[in-house]
Design a protein around this ligand. Structure first.
Ligand code: HEM
Length: 538
């Protein structure tokens, strides 16, 4: 009996080993180099032992711009080759329309939001949501943002009077939550004034990194036959994590449904309007991949075509279920809160550490923002240096570099490399953003907004700047985030100068959680500016 059992075990282990070793040959067969994988964990341990972008940068230097790694069982191509990315993200989008996400995420479930949704379901969600972020809607939402920015500047007055160093990142979190709460759903969160707001705490909890959240991914990767179980577990853990936010958003949806007179221009209303079960409801035509491409390319200019004003409209039933409306809204809330506040924190760091650039920005603000209160959407759009400043800060600190990745939905050939169905292609954003071929001179590690003059942008590859990803599946909230960040920065430097202090971490150290965060926040001091009538400082 025992000898038979041992023999069976030896055979099973040998088959498993043979399959494993064979699966690791996949990149060799494709002619792609990469770090040698561990028999059980692939390259996962190397990836987890340091911030992933550092691992990518090292491997890029060893194996070239395109290399292969194994996230446990899953083989992924990682690349900083901008032409390769142009193929995957734009030209061959129809074959790469799915995000590169763990198999433990159920992409078909009604509760799956746009970020993870797949195929036609993703297209429908994206289509219905696209007009919400048009420039027309941004203009309409601008007054709501201005209100929250006003409260923020009042709170900065207090900070300035106190003359004490403070972590401005934390204050920006309060601001961006209030903005997305108000523009999103008419929620009065008051997180600017109340840094201990329970809602702010709920959002911080939703973003805190937790090993537990990785369990479903580990299960599905190490034991693919248990993927079903991993999906159930993932759903349970996610629900638990975002429960407080869901309750609040759900209440906002219900109250709007119960009181149709409370209509206002915000994300929720637009989602509900798209939800109407009316066969005559119209959405912009973008059901083919090429159409989605043409309506969504923003590139370096940060401009998306205004899909709401597209002349090509067709009639179709565009119905979101109530649950979908709620899920989309919660997603916008979470996506809009942490990313934008972190972008502002990095910009504040550069205001403090690059006094020359801060002065240039203040001069532009003094020239354009002559009225009291936050500038209008139109004024913001004219301020070129502000745009350059923010883009350079986002280049040095891409907040969501893990976002832009795609999964092959069918086998295809990209620049001579045959990519099998199911393989993931990930973007090595840091290496691209630090590549002297795109960004030098001066040295790409230096902060220099002049890299974003119109002439220099025109000469640069469209995939060289990727803080918001690229192609039809880029960040839908880019225009919203840029408007909010620009309004805030303009108001901040109009009244104050941001300065370093002993507590400022220089250089900043990045740490990875759901996004890339400054390790110790961004501690600064504010001093009041005294601008006299002829716009020169006293
Ligand atoms: C500075 C702020 C922000 C940054 C840096 C950022 C970054 C990103 C990145 C890198 C992606 C992945 C893009 C790709 O795969 O090509 C993404 C996707 C997304 N972002 Fe943002 N984001 C920001 C703000 C926002 C805001 C304000 C919202 C909503 C109000 C938002 C909603 C989304 C959604 C829904 C997606 C998924 C789009 C899809 O799969 O179709 N983001 N974002």
């Amino acid at each position: 009996m025992w000898p038979h059992l041992v023999a069976v075990i030896i055979i099973l282990v040998s088959v498993w080993l043979w399959q494993r070793i064979d699966s690791y040959r996949v990149f060799k067969k494709m002619g792609i180099n990469g770090p040698p994988p561990n028999l059980i964990f692939g390259n996962f341990r190397q990836i987890m032992s340091q911030p992933v972008w550092m691992a990518y940068r090292k491997w890029e230097q060893l194996y070239g711009k395109t290399f292969g790694v194994f996230f446990l069982n899953s083989p992924s191509i990682v690349t900083s080759d901008v032409d390769f990315l142009q193929e995957v993200f734009v030209k061959q989008f129809s074959k790469f329309h799915q995000r590169a996400i763990p198999n433990s995420i159920d992409t078909e479930d009604e509760e799956t939001h746009m970020v993870f949704a797949k195929g036609k379901r993703w297209k429908r969600l994206r289509l219905i949501s696209n007009p919400t972020f048009s420039s027309l809607k941004m203009k309409q939402m601008a007054p709501l943002i201005q209100e929250s920015v006003n409260s923020f500047i009042e709170s900065m007055e207090k900070r300035c009077q106190e003359e004490k160093p403070f972590d401005i990142h934390s204050d920006f979190q309060g601001l961006t939550l209030e903005v997305i709460g108000s523009c999103g759903f008419g929620l009065e969160i008051n997180s600017v004034r109340d840094n201990m707001s329970p809602f702010l705490a709920a959002c911080r909890k939703a973003f805190s990194a937790s090993l537990m959240m990785m369990t479903p991914m580990l299960i599905s990767e190490l034991f693919p036959s248990l993927t079903g179980l991993a999906k159930v577990l993932n759903k349970y853990l996610t629900r638990k994590r975002v429960h407080d936010i869901d309750v609040l958003v759900s209440a906002a949806v219900q109250s709007r449904l119960n009181d149709p007179k409370s209509r206002r221009v915000d994300l929720l209303q637009l989602m509900l309007d798209a939800k109407t079960d009316n066969l005559d409801s119209t959405v912009p035509q973008a059901m083919t991949d090429s159409d989605v491409v043409s309506t969504q390319q923003g590139g370096e200019t940060g401009q998306q075509n205004d899909s709401s004003s597209s002349p090509r409209k067709f009639t179709q039933k565009a119905k979101l279920t109530e649950k979908e409306v709620q899920t989309q809204c919660s997603t916008f809330l979470l996506a809009g809160y942490e990313t934008t506040s972190t972008a502002l924190a990095y910009a504040a760091y550069h205001l403090a550490t690059s006094p020359e650039a801060q002065k240039a920005l203040q001069e532009e603000v003094d020239q354009y923002c002559t009225e009291e209160g936050p500038p209008s959407y139109e004024t913001i759009s004219k301020m070129q240096y502000l745009d350059m400043f923010l883009k350079e800060s986002l280049r040095l600190h891409p907040i969501a570099p893990f976002g832009p990745g795609r999964t092959a939905q069918e086998s295809s050939t990209v620049m001579g490399v045959h990519i099998p169905k199911g393989m993931k292609v990930r973007c090595d954003v840091y290496s691209i953003h630090m590549d002297p071929e795109h960004w030098g001179p001066p040295d790409p590690s230096l902060f220099c907004p002049e890299r974003f003059t119109t002439e220099r942008i025109a000469k640069r590859h469209p995939m060289a700047w990727l803080p918001f990803g690229a192609g039809p599946r880029n960040c839908i909230g880019m225009r919203f985030a840029l408007m909010e960040a620009k309004m805030t920065l303009a108001c901040l430097v109009k009244k104050f100068s941001v300065e370093t202090c002993a507590e400022t971490q220089i250089p900043l150290v990045h740490v990875a959680s759901s996004t890339v965060q400054p390790e110790k926040g961004v501690t600064v001091r504010l001093t009041r500016r005294h601008v006299v009538a002829n716009n020169s400082e006293e």
